[in-house]
Design a binder for this molecule. Structure first.
Ligand code: SAH
Ligand code: SF4
Length: 391
């Protein structure tokens, strides 16, 4: 299902000099929303397909260049709509091929996207909010507090900018983004409509045409929204577990107090069961923090907890940032944890750090982010986007 057309109004448009109403940013409209938009204009709905292709296949932002629309329609469209990607503040290339963009969104907030090339694929890590309200104890984004949701245009705009940055809208330049993970700043399920609209565009053939297996939403466990997602989306699911029991998880991931592990795993299972592809599994993310959740007994407890749960496990050695108060475990501790799970029959990967020289790796510090919460003043030095690499 596509989100209601009302979400178009939520997209911040550029304030026009003459106090006219803000223009609709066509960049963030899914096919259904774009069709409705043209119908509301008194136009034929096939125009939506033409415009989607101009924006997402050809990378065109100037409505005047959309030549198959006809002059009159172009003028009419130009009066009420625009195609406006967010603004790149800086671009950073790592020696290992990782590229990071710092992006400014309306209102001045900064977000990051990171593209991680690997053999045969390139994964873009996309943000869904400026900051995050959920305050997980090990997360630098959480320390910033919540500023605002990104619009659908700002979310899909990160994909658009990455492709543009490699000049890959040019025919013959190949596909630069093959996978997307919603693992940048923010909790995607707390920005439901805009994230779903943006993910629809990722999957839409008239836009980016990615396979639903190659778009992954990561959540810390907003159960009612996950139940809702099962009805409207078939993207891959990753869940941030980080602890094998409620007592520990509630310390690390405060939303666990509201939706404890059993409820969360049940919701994940329902999500998987609702998919047409019955072979799918949930990726369980487990950030390993030295002395906190990385002991043998934690691994054994996790192995028992996840027995019969359709999953693979991704271990993420904690990425330190100033004043986090936590340490990354040693390589030995990570291997020990991994081995216990492998011996218990799980498929387990360990996320490696990439883009070190440009601070692009998960949880690292870069630049300065405006910090609007009193609580996070304590963490001002650490207030920065965290980005994630997925294996
Ligand atoms: N809000 C969503 C998605 C963004 S966070 C979520 O929590 O799932 C993406 C992943 O990075 C999550 O698994 C999160 O727990 C993990 N993460 C956050 N900070 C980290 C850090 N400093 N080191 C390692 N992993 C971290
Ligand atoms: Fe928010 Fe995810 Fe960070 Fe938790 S880990 S504070 S949910 S971004």
């Amino acid at each position: 299902m596509t989100p209601a057309i009302t979400s178009i109004a939520q997209q911040p448009g550029r304030p026009s000099p003459g106090q006219e109403p803000p223009r609709v940013n066509l960049l963030g409209l899914s096919l259904r929303q774009m069709e409705q938009f043209f119908l509301d204009m008194g136009e034929k709905k096939f125009r939506a397909q033409q415009v989607l292709k101009w924006i997402h296949h050809a990378g065109v932002t100037d409505i005047e260049q959309m030549t198959n629309l006809g002059k009159v329609l172009r003028e009419k469209l130009g009066d009420i709509a625009e195609v406006r990607p967010p603004e790149i503040v800086s671009e950073h290339d790592s020696s290992d091929g990782t590229r990071k963009w710092v992006i400014r969104v309306d209102g001045g907030g900064l977000i990051e996207s990171v593209l991680i090339p690997e053999a045969g694929r390139a994964t873009l890590c996309v943000s869904s909010q400026v900051g995050c309200s959920l305050d997980c104890s090990f997360c630098s984004t959480g320390k910033q507090g919540f500023q605002r949701d990104l619009s659908a245009a700002e979310i899909i705009g990160q994909v658009w900018l990455a492709i543009k940055s490699y000049d890959a809208f040019q025919p013959g330049n190949g596909r630069i983004v093959t996978n997307v993970v919603m693992m940048g700043m923010g909790e995607p399920l707390l920005n439901f409509d805009n994230v779903v609209a943006a993910m629809d565009l990722m999957l839409e053939d008239l836009a980016y045409g990615l396979s639903k297996r190659k778009v992954t939403l990561s959540t810390s466990g907003v159960v009612p929204a996950l139940d809702r997602l099962a009805k409207v989306s078939e993207v891959s699911l990753a869940v941030s577990l980080h602890a094998p029991n409620d007592e520990l998880r509630s310390q690390l991931v405060p939303i666990n107090r509201k939706y404890p592990i059993a409820v969360l795993l049940e919701s994940c299972r329902n999500y998987i069961d609702a998919q047409s592809d019955k072979k799918r599994v949930v990726t369980v993310e487990y950030t390993l923090i030295a002395g906190i959740n990385d002991q043998r007994e934690h691994a054994r407890e996790l192995a028992v907890l996840l027995r019969d749960f359709p999953c693979k496990i991704n271990l993420i050695p904690f990425n330190t940032f100033d004043q986090s108060g936590y340490q990354r475990p040693s390589g030995n501790a990570v291997s020990r944890f991994w081995q216990i799970l492998v011996d218990a029959g799980y498929i387990v990967t360990v996320r490696t750090t990439r883009g070190d020289d440009i601070n692009a790796a998960c949880g690292q510090l870069v630049g300065q982010v405006v910090d609007r919460t009193r609580r996070s003043e304590r963490y001002r030095a650490a207030a920065e986007t965290q980005v994630i690499e997925v294996r």
